[in-house]
Design a protein around this ligand. Structure first.
Ligand SMILES: Cc1ncc(COP(=O)(O)O)c(C=O)c1O
Length: 384
C-alpha cells in the first residue's frame, strides 16, 4: 500500500492496539454523500452496523438525514445519540422488544408479510412509517454469505409471497442486495425490482435502496447512482432512502499495532511477525470475508525485499492477517498501521483468548489526537 506521506505525530502517542478514527477522511466521505442528497433530494442514513462510534454521530448528523438500525440496541443508540430519522429493520422482530422499539424509531421495515401482519396494528397505532423488505431475487455478486438473493435466503419477501390486499397500510419498500458494489449492479437490481414489484410502486411513498453502495470509493459512478434515484422519484413519486455503512467511514480509520515477536529460521517458509492486534479479535472480516487489509509502507508478498506473515497473538492457527513485504526487516516494538479500519471492526470485535479490545482514538482535522475510550480487564469480565 501507498507510503504514509509522513509519520503522523500521534503515532507513538497511542497505546497499542488502537483504532484511530480520522476526521478528515470522514468529512471527505460525508461531503460526497451530502452532494448526492443535495443534487437528488434523496435521504442517506448511516447503517450503524458498520460504524457505531457514536462520538462521531453529531458530525455525521450534520451531513446525513438519519440512522438505520439492525435491532434494539442500535435503535436505542441512534435515539440517544443521533439527531435525525431513525429506521429499523430486523429479520424477526421480537414481541418483548417491540414496544421499546416503538419509542425509538420512526420507520419500521418488516422482513415478511407474516412479520408485517404480526406487528401491523401496533406500528400503525403508533403512527409509524411501515415498509416491507423485498427480495428481487436478482444476484449481482458471487459471494453467497453477503448475497441476500442467494438460494435459501431469509432476507426479504419474494414476489410470490405477496398478496396485494396484504400490503394495505405499508408505505415503503426496502431492498438490500449489494455489498461493496458500484452503481451498475444497482441499476440492474432496480430493473429487477421494477419488473417484479413495479405494479405496487405507485401506491407507496418511499423506497430504500439499502446499503452496499461503494459511493465514496474512487471511481464509483455517482452520476449513474443519481440517475437511479431520480428515476424512482420521477416515475413513481417515491422518496428514496439509501443506508450505506461502509461508504460513510471508508478509509476513515487506522488500527495501530506493535510487533511483539519475530519467528524466523532457515527451515521456515517465511518469517512470521506476531502482532498485538489479531485478525480474529480486532478485524474479524479479514477472516470472514476474507480480505487483505491495507498496511501502510508495505507491499504485496515479494514486492519488497523482506516478506512476513503477519499474525495475531491468539491460539487460533488461522489468526493470520496476511503476507506483506517491507523495505527493511521488521523489528520488535515497531509500529504498523493498517488502513480502512473504521468499518466493521469495533462493531464486531471480541475478547477471544482474553485479548484486550483496542482503545479508540479520534484525530481531528487539525491533527489533534483525543482518546475516546480505553478498555481494560473489566470489559472482558463483564460479558462472561
Ligand atoms: C439491511 C442493510 N442495510 C445496510 C447495510 C450496510 O451495508 P454497507 O456497509 O455495505 O453499506 C447492510 C449490510 O449488511 C444491511 O444488511
Amino acid at each position: 500500500m501507498a507510503a504514509m506521506e509522513k509519520q503522523p505525530a500521534w503515532l507513538q502517542e497511542v497505546a497499542t492496539p488502537a483504532y484511530v478514527i480520522d476526521e478528515k477522511q470522514l468529512i471527505h466521505n460525508l461531503e460526497i454523500l451530502k452532494g448526492v442528497q443535495d443534487r437528488t433530494g434523496c435521504s442517506i442514513l448511516l447503517a450503524q452496523k458498520a460504524f457505531s462510534m457514536y462520538a462521531c454521530y453529531p458530525l455525521i448528523a450534520k451531513y446525513l438525514k438519519g440512522a438505520a438500525a439492525s435491532g434494539l440496541f442500535e435503535a436505542r443508540l441512534a435515539y440517544e445519540e443521533f439527531p435525525g430519522e431513525n429506521h429499523v429493520f430486523n429479520p424477526a422482530f421480537q414481541d418483548k422488544e417491540f414496544s421499546e422499539l416503538l419509542q425509538y424509531c420512526d420507520h419500521f421495515v418488516f422482513n415478511s408479510v407474516t412479520q408485517w401482519k404480526k406487528f401491523r396494528e401496533r406500528a400503525l397505532a403508533a403512527h409509524k412509517e411501515c415498509g416491507l423488505r423485498i427480495n428481487p431475487e436478482h444476484s449481482t455478486q458471487d459471494h453467497a454469505i453477503y448475497d441476500p438473493c442467494s438460494p435459501l435466503s431469509r432476507l426479504g419477501a419474494r414476489i410470490s409471497e405477496i398478496q396485494p390486499e396484504e400490503l394495505e397500510g405499508l408505505t415503503g419498500f426496502h431492498f438490500h442486495t449489494l455489498c461493496e458494489q458500484g452503481a451498475e449492479p444497482l441499476a440492474e437490481t432496480l430493473e429487477a425490482v421494477e419488473e417484479k414489484f413495479g405494479k405496487y410502486l405507485p401506491q407507496l411513498k418511499w423506497i430504500n435502496f439499502g446499503g452496499g453502495h461503494h459511493i465514496t470509493k474512487e471511481g464509483y459512478n455517482i452520476p449513474l447512482l443519481e440517475k437511479c434515484i431520480n428515476r424512482m422519484q420521477e416515475k413513481y413519486g417515491l422518496k428514496v432512502y439509501l443506508e450505506p455503512g461502509e461508504a460513510v467511514a471508508l478509509n476513515a480509520g487506522f488500527l495501530i499495532t506493535e510487533v511483539l515477536e519475530l519467528i524466523e529460521g532457515p527451515e521456515r517458509e517465511m518469517p512470521v511477525a506476531i502482532l498485538d492486534a489479531s485478525a480474529a479479535c480486532h478485524m474479524p472480516d479479514v477472516i470472514e470475508m476474507p480480505y487483505r487489509p491495507p498496511l501502510f509502507n508495505s507491499g504485496e508478498e515479494g514486492e519488497k525485499i523482506y516478506s512476513y506473515m503477519l499474525a495475531g497473538a491468539t491460539c487460533l492457527a488461522g489468526d493470520n492477517i496476511g503476507i506483506y513485504s517491507f523495505d527493511k526487516p521488521l523489528q520488535c516494538g515497531q509500529r504498523l498501521v493498517f488502513g480502512d479500519m473504521a468499518i466493521y471492526t469495533m462493531v464486531k470485535n471480541n475478547t477471544f483468548n482474553g485479548m484486550a479490545l483496542p482503545d479508540i482514538y479520534y484525530v481531528d482535522s487539525q491533527d489533534k489526537l483525543k482518546c475516546i475510550k480505553k478498555f481494560a480487564y473489566e470489559n472482558f469480565k463483564c460479558r462472561l
